[in-house]
Design a protein around this ligand. Structure first.
Ligand SMILES: C[C@H](O)[C@H](O)[C@H]1CNC2=NC(N)=NC(=O)C2=N1
Length: 99
């Protein structure tokens, strides 16, 4: 999968308003906050299952009810549509959890 141009990235980010584009890194990031750890970890489980199916994995961290996600495509050394698709999946999943 090919790395997208900065222009394409900005166009894609218009539909992901909660995500930040780290242009130097070629990555997008978002912080998610939940009601408690159980909600945060259940969300992570959904992302993990999808990531494994897609063979596309997040860089992330969790502290109690907060989850930080960074998406980039290592083999492209930057942002690709796989990252955009996983970000959209994460946003859709997040809507179903208690915050
Ligand atoms: C061997 C395996 O297919 C690759 O290492 C996959 C796994 N998951 C991945 N995840 C991400 N985010 N970027 C990759 O380039 C990538 N490559």
């Amino acid at each position: 999968m090919e790395k997208m141009t900065a222009h394409t990235a900005h166009v894609q980010l218009a539909s992901l308003p909660q995500w930040h584009f780290d242009e130097a890194r070629g990555a997008i990031t978002r912080d998610f906050k939940f009601k408690d750890f159980a909600q945060a970890f259940a969300f992570m489980t959904q992302i993990a299952i999808t990531a494994e199916k897609r063979d596309h994995h997040p860089e992330w961290s969790n502290v109690y009810n907060k989850v930080h996600i960074l998406l980039t495509t290592h083999e492209a050394n930057g942002l690709t549509h796989r990252d955009i698709d996983l970000a959209k999946f994460a946003d859709e999943a997040y809507a179903r959890f208690a915050r």
